[in-house]
Structures are given as structure tokens and as C-alpha cells.
Design a protein around this ligand. Structure first.
Ligand SMILES: Cc1cc2nc3c(=O)[nH]c(=O)nc-3n(C[C@H](O)[C@H](O)[C@H](O)COP(=O)(O)OP(=O)(O)OC[C@H]3O[C@@H](n4cnc5c(N)ncnc54)[C@H](O)[C@@H]3O)c2cc1C
Length: 536
């Protein structure tokens, strides 16, 4: 084993949070920062070209490709849990939708004791990283001039607008900007794209600072565990090119390995539920029962239609000339179908008047998704994802032995209240698809299929088909109760020199996609870390 250098800060994971944190901390040339990433550099064209998202969700080179344990409430199915494994992390393989959530999400964190995390506190951190490209966007909610480009899709499919109009016929209003304090209604999403290309945090926050001498970025380096000395994190042990080595931190070790990776590294370091750690043969360093618990994700189910119209994207013989044209549009102007994130439109709606804010989200794909696990299906169509925004079900990340993969149990639909919401949401999606403005596309529902309409049938359909929209959070929750893993300054309870900064610190999941919140978390953490350094 060799030791490689001493740094002020060692950051594990160069994903949505880690890349931002590395940028902010290394902005001070007096500080030395080491950023350690298990995956490779992000040179792949599939990362650059937005439509490459379809390939990346199954690509072992850039994706951990985790699977859950059999999900008891989903007919025992194992669900895919893709996670980015590349500079930029999941922001390099995700659907690029830029969404922050609802004011009440953050205010609830603050009310639960996470001082400094209320909506008004965190809004400036969202603004700081943002470079919103829409002319005239409101400057109270949005930033311009930050590192991360947030853009309108260059060529959204005409189906999106029809779906929004169809929802309008059911009195679901249009929402021109989803990133205000209380988003509600239907619209076309803004995306993390710059000039039609994906803008991952690797591209936005790391590429421009490659020349900084005080930032050392290690790729292909998988952290195995922390090194600890008398209750203090002093560095990490990692494996790179088949060799084990250590990297030392003079100041702090910061885990930004995501909602699966961060609790897993803690467990492998002996920090977590005591019984579990000794049970799998680990050496208990600090008993912290909340590590890996409180896992939450947005449970989701699809309605897929095929269309007679060829306006939606798709592969068919008559569409071949159009596909060639789309290719040319990308090559010459970074426009057209290849600049699509596929999940172009959607919205936030309430499933009943009793809800105080939207409880489900739609993601609309102007194309026929495969329900058979294929990359593409022949033909054209429209697919609508419906997900539950604030699920009650909880899961966990645990270990059964020191080696091998972590055990991920998302616990999807283990609380029947989530099933009830999803059921109502799926019914609403079908209803929208049947409204007048969608008629010109000549839709035929493939799944669930018109024959399935009773609650009983739809419940069975959901159990057999539900998955997630890939937003796991909460496994190193901040707070002060017995199950909290970090305090509101994101310092791990009971271990000095150690923080967690990524989506795992959310005590409860936000009402929307989780990339922008993970970036905001890093912005706020960087500020706190630098403040704490001054006062230390
Ligand atoms: C397919 C997919 C689609 C999604 N679509 C959207 C979307 O459209 N909009 C949206 O807002 N959100 C989306 N999300 C979710 C969003 O991207 C994530 O919530 C967010 O990126 C999480 O950020 P993070 O920093 O917590 O973790 P990540 O970005 O996952 O970063 C963790 C990093 O740590 C590295 N790492 C892990 N373990 C180790 C280790 N032991 N040693 C070294 N490095 C390690 C990983 O390789 C990774 O690079 C999607 C996610 C996926 C997977």
C-alpha cells in the first residue's frame, strides 16, 4: 500500500455535488483539494449528445448499474438503480431536467431542526450556480452568469404542446417556469444543456478549472473505506489500477459518493448501525443507527401509447428520411431530435382537492418507450411517466458482507398510501391522453391497455410495472434525532473531520428531480466549510 499526498480536503465522488464542491473549495489557491472518482473522465459522445441518455442508462462503463433486492410490494421484482460512474456522476447520465422542488420541501427541513435550509435560505445557492439562458427570466428565482447552463430545449417535439393543451381541457393549468417557489401545472422542462449539448457538473464545474494546480482529480479510483484515528477521519483507502493506496486529509474528508455510495463507504468504515456492522464482519468504529436507513425514491409507473401520427420520435421505414435529417441537424447545428433529453415535458399536479400542493409529477416522452426492456421499439408513440412526489415508503442501503455490492431495498409501495396516489396519477395520465388535442396522433394504449380499468386490475398492473425515476436520497439524513447521520452543517455526528455532501443528506425527498438540489447542497456546503475553516 502506498500513500499519495496530503490535502486539506479529500472529496470522494465527482458527481453532481462533488464536482461543485471541488470547484468552490479549490477557488482559494491556498487550499489543496483532492477529488477522487471511481469512474473515468467524461469523453464519451454519449455524454455530450443529449439523446445519448438512452444508451447511458445501460452502459457499464459510465454507470454502476445497481439492482435492488426483490421488492416485496412489486411482485418480488428487482428494479434497476442506475447511478453515474464518471466525472459529473449521475449528472452525466441523467435526463437533464432542471427542477428544484417546492418551497414547502425546504421549509419542512428547517422546521424539523435543519437550521439554514429553509427555502429563503437556500434560494441564493440555487441562483449562484445557475446560468439561465432564457431571455427575460425572473431574476428573483433565477441566476445568470453561474457555471451551470440551464436552457429551454432547442427543438421540443410538437406532441409536448398537445399534451399540455390536453391537460388544459381538464383544468390543469400551464406552468411556464417550474423553478419558482411553488411550481404547479404543465409545461416543457428546462434542461442542463449548453448550446444543445449536455452540461453535466463535470463539464460545467471541472472542465473550466483543469489548470488549477491546487486541485488534484483522480479518476478510476474507487474508495474502499475511510482511515480513522481516535474518532477523526484522516483520509481514505482506495483501489486504483489494482493497487491499494491511501490519500490523507489534513482538514476534512467529504463524502459525495451519492445516496448509495456515501452510506456504503460509511458502513465499510465501521460507521453505522452497530449490530449490522458486526453482523457482516466489520469492525465497529462508531455506532450511528441512521446510516443507510431512510432511503426514499420517487416511485413511478408508465402509460405507453403507440401513435398513427409520425410527429412523435420513432423508428419506422417512412421516418427514415426524417431520421437522416435529424442527424444532419445535430451535426451542423446541435439541434433537432439528438438535442432532445427525451423527457421533454411534464408537470406537477394534485390528485385530489384535499392536497395542499402537487403530489404527483408527470414526465412526458414524445416517443414510444419499450415496456420489454429494449432500447427502442419499432414505431411512434407517446409515453407518460407518473411518479409520487413525497412517498411514505422507506427503504435502506445495507451490507451483508464486507466485500461485494451493497444491498439496496427501495421499499417501493410498501406503504399503501403511495399506491393510492400512483393509481390516481396513472388514471389522470390516461385521461389526459384521451383529450381532444391528442386525438390527431391516433393513439392506441399499449400498456396498461384499455382492457385494464378496475382498481384491482390497475393495482396489479402497477405492482408488475412500477419502478423509479432514479432519485434515491435520504440515506445519510441531516438532523438531530437518533436516526440523523449529519448535523445541519453536514458534519457526521460523532466523527470529527468528516462530512457528507450529496443527495443522501436530504431528510425527506424534494417534490421534483434531484440534480439541481444536489448541486445546491454542494453550494451551501462549500460556504459552510469555508466559514468553519475561518472560525476553527
Ligand atoms: C438515469 C438517471 C436519470 C436522472 N434524471 C434526472 C433528471 O432528469 N433531472 C434531475 O434533476 N435528476 C435526475 N436524476 C437524478 C440526479 O441526477 C441525481 O439525484 C444527482 O445526480 C445525485 O447527485 P449526487 O452528487 O448525490 O450523486 P452522483 O451524481 O451520483 O455522484 C456520486 C459520484 O460518486 C462516485 N462514487 C460512488 N462511490 C464511489 C467510491 N466508492 N469511490 C469513488 N467514487 C465513488 C460515483 O461514481 C459518482 O460519480 C437522474 C438520475 C439517473 C441515474
Amino acid at each position: 500500500m502506498s500513500a499519495e499526498g496530503h490535502f486539506d480536503y479529500v472529496i470522494v465522488g465527482a458527481g453532481s455535488s462533488g464536482a461543485v464542491l471541488a470547484n468552490r473549495l479549490s477557488a482559494d489557491p491556498r487550499l489543496t483539494v483532492c477529488l477522487i472518482e471511481a469512474g473515468p473522465a467524461d469523453r464519451s459522445p454519449f455524454v455530450t449528445v443529449p439523446l445519448g441518455v438512452m444508451k447511458l442508462s445501460k452502459d457499464a462503463r459510465h454507470n454502476w448499474l445497481f439492482k435492488t433486492a426483490p421488492q416485496t410490494a412489486l411482485d418480488g421484482r428487482e428494479i434497476s438503480v442506475p447511478r453515474g460512474k464518471v466525472l459529473g456522476g449521475s449528472s452525466a447520465i441523467n435526463g437533464m431536467i432542471y427542477i428544484r422542488g417546492h418551497r414547502a420541501d425546504y421549509d419542512a427541513w428547517a422546521q424539523a431542526g435543519c437550521t439554514g435550509w429553509g427555502y429563503d435560505d437556500i434560494l441564493p445557492h440555487f441562483r449562484r450556480s445557475e446560468d439561465n439562458r432564457r431571455a427575460g427570466i425572473d431574476s428573483h428565482h433565477h441566476g445568470t452568469g453561474g457555471e451551470l447552463a440551464v436552457s429551454d430545449l432547442r427543438d421540443a417535439n410538437a406532441v409536448d404542446r398537445d399534451f399540455i393543451d390536453a391537460a388544459g381541457q381538464l383544468q390543469l393549468r400551464a406552468c411556464p417556469d417550474f423553478n419558482v417557489a411553488e411550481p404547479e401545472g404543465m409545461g416543457i422542462y428546462q434542461v442542463t444543456q449548453k448550446d444543445g449539448k449536455r452540461h453535466s457538473t463535470g463539464r460545467a464545474f471541472l472542465a473550466p478549472i483543469r489548470a488549477r494546480k491546487n486541485l488534484h482529480v483522480m479518476t478510476g479510483a474507487e474508495v474502499l473505506c475511510l482511515t480513522l484515528d481516535e474518532g477523526r477521519a484522516t483520509g481514505v483507502t482506495l483501489r486504483r489500477d489494482g493497487q491499494t493506496q491511501t490519500v490523507r486529509a489534513r482538514g476534512e474528508v467529504i463524502l459525495s459518493a451519492g445516496a448509495i455510495g456515501s452510506p456504503d463507504i460509511l458502513l465499510r468504515s465501521g460507521i453505522g448501525p452497530g449490530g449490522q456492522i458486526t453482523g457482516f464482519g466489520g469492525v465497529l468504529a462508531h455506532d450511528l443507527p441512521g446510516v443507510g436507513q431512510n432511503l426514499q425514491d420517487h416511485v413511478d409507473c408508465m402509460v405507453i401509447c403507440q401513435s398513427r401520427s409520425r410527429t412523435p420520435y420513432g423508428i419506422s421505414l417512412p421516418a427514415l428520411p426524417r431520421l437522416a435529417l435529424e442527424g444532419a441537424k445535430w451535426v451542423f447545428a446541435n439541434r433537432g431530435m439528438l438535442s432532445s433529453n427525451m423527457v421533454e415535458a411534464g408537470g406537477f399536479v394534485r390528485t385530489s382537492a384535499a392536497e395542499t400542493r402537487p403530489d404527483i409529477q408527470f414526465h412526458i416522452i414524445p416517443g414510444r418507450k419499450s415496456h420489454r426492456g429494449r432500447l427502442v421499439e419499432y414505431g411512434h408513440g407517446v409515453s407518460v411517466h407518473t411518479c409520487v412526489l413525497r412517498p411514505e415508503s422507506r427503504g435502506s442501503v445495507t451490507r451483508q458482507s464486507l466485500s461485494g455490492e451493497p444491498q439496496i431495498d427501495l421499499g417501493l409501495l410498501t406503504d399503501d398510501r403511495d399506491m393510492l396516489r400512483l393509481l390516481k396519477g396513472v388514471r389522470l395520465a390516461r385521461q389526459i391522453l384521451r383529450q381532444g388535442p391528442m386525438a390527431r396522433h391516433g393513439l392506441t394504449e399499449i400498456i396498461p391497455g384499455d382492457a385494464l380499468d378496475s382498481d384491482e386490475d390497475l393495482r396489479a398492473y402497477i405492482r408488475a410495472n412500477a419502478r423509479t425515476v432514479y432519485h434515491p436520497v435520504g440515506t445519510c439524513a441531516m438532523g438531530s434525532g437518533p436516526m440523523a447521520v449529519t448535523d445541519p452543517r453536514l458534519r457526521v455526528h460523532g466523527v470529527r473531520g468528516l462530512r457528507v455532501v450529496d443527495a443522501s443528506i436530504m431528510p425527506t425527498i424534494v417534490s421534483g428531480n434531484t440534480n439541481a438540489p444536489a448541486i445546491m447542497i454542494a453550494e451551501k456546503a462549500a460556504e459552510m466549510i469555508l466559514q468553519d475553516r475561518k472560525t476553527a
